[in-house]
Design a protein. Structure first.
Length: 223
């Protein structure tokens, strides 16, 4: 199961606070108003269809913006309906994995991500190929590498998730049904690098060459 030009057939769900480094970095804020404690359920948001950008395409940076936050992630592509699945059975619902770049404008509201910062046109780079779940192996062993203009700026280790892939899918499916073609990001990690117009972003998964490399170039908005 692979495609040179994959685009989601359903809804794309982003996941916040699912890497341990991100959780630890933001934990002091969780006890402050209005939250008054750490979230008990996965923190999700939607990347709407206007944000989708194929690998190799240019992404426009708004004229009033200097930096864009890079949100590299591996995402699960749902193959069969997942509704109140168990952790033991959760991975059976995954058809494949795909690279994604959840771009956003830098902002302070990590718990309730503002749509206007995360859902700008083109602000979700989507990897060029799917890695079939049956061939990809254990998602807890996945790693990501982010390069900006060829220089490594971030690595993400999916052995350090608050909710590993099976647990995340089970927890989400407890309150909503994920359907074939839906996509659920595993998480982006802390210390997300910033990029600006004129720079190229390359995201790859060492050890999982079937995913290929997700590449996008940022371009300045033309007035």
């Amino acid at each position: 199961m692979s495609s040179p030009a994959f685009m989601p057939a359903g809804t794309v769900y982003g996941t916040l606070l699912n890497t341990l480094d991100e959780w630890e970095a933001l934990s002091p804020q969780m006890a402050q108003p209005p939250y008054q404690g750490a979230p008990k359920a996965p923190v999700l948001y939607i990347k709407t269809a206007n944000t989708w950008s194929a690998s190799g395409s240019a992404v426009t940076v708004p004229a009033q913006t200097t930096d864009v936050e890079v949100g590299a992630s591996i995402a699960m592509v749902i193959g069969t309906p997942a509704h109140r699945t168990t952790v033991r059975d959760a991975l059976d619902h995954i058809a494949a994995y795909v690279l994604m770049n959840d771009l956003s404008l830098p902002h302070a509201s990590f718990f309730r991500p503002p749509v206007k910062y995360k859902n700008l046109d083109g602000f979700l780079g989507i990897g060029p190929r799917l890695a079939p779940a049956r061939q990809a192996g254990n998602p807890n062993h996945f790693q990501l590498e982010v390069r900006i203009d060829g220089i490594v700026r971030q690595t993400v280790d999916y052995a350090r998730l608050v909710r590993p892939a099976a647990q995340l899918l089970a927890d989400v499916s407890e309150f909503m049904t994920l359907r074939p073609g839906d996509v659920l990001l595993l998480g982006c990690g802390a210390n997300r690098p910033l990029a600006r117009a004129g720079q190229r972003i390359d995201i790859s998964a060492p050890g999982l060459p079937a995913l290929g490399t997700l590449s996008n170039t940022l371009v300045a908005e033309v007035a």
